[in-house]
Design a protein around this ligand. Structure first.
Ligand code: FAD
Length: 83
């Protein structure tokens, strides 16, 4: 994951992102009760809403067609470098 500093209209915020631009949302490997909600990049408000739905569905044990798209799985080790 890389962090970018956005400066626009006098505001600054560091926003973590991933090489694919997709956030990392879902249970952490071998820690099924610990959820990752990070890497929103510049779309934090949108992804926060999607993340809430993914986590809600996971906790309710409901199917979620978006969940696999954002799941950590192998992405943390194969695609993500921490700086
Ligand atoms: C200056 C700034 C500008 C931004 N501009 C944009 C923008 O233009 N467009 C965009 O898409 N995104 C923007 N973002 C990003 C967006 O606001 C965030 O990505 C989004 O709000 C993250 O939502 P979240 O629910 O994951 O976390 P948060 O909104 O941070 O919510 C976490 C909540 O958990 C609470 N909390 C934390 N710890 C505990 C605890 N131990 N117990 C109980 N409660 C706890 C906090 O008080 C908070 O209410 C901006 C962010 C900043 C800082």
């Amino acid at each position: 994951m890389t962090a970018e500093l956005l400066a626009e209209d006098g505001r600054e915020v560091s926003g973590g992102t991933t090489p694919t631009g997709l956030p990392l949302i879902g249970p952490v490997h071998r820690r099924p009760r610990l959820f990752s909600l990070m890497g929103y990049g510049g779309n934090g408000i949108t992804y926060a809403r999607i993340a809430a739905e993914v986590v809600r569905n996971k906790l309710a044990e409901k199917e979620d067609s978006d969940a696999d798209l954002y799941a950590l799985s192998d992405r943390v080790t194969s695609q993500t470098s921490f700086h």
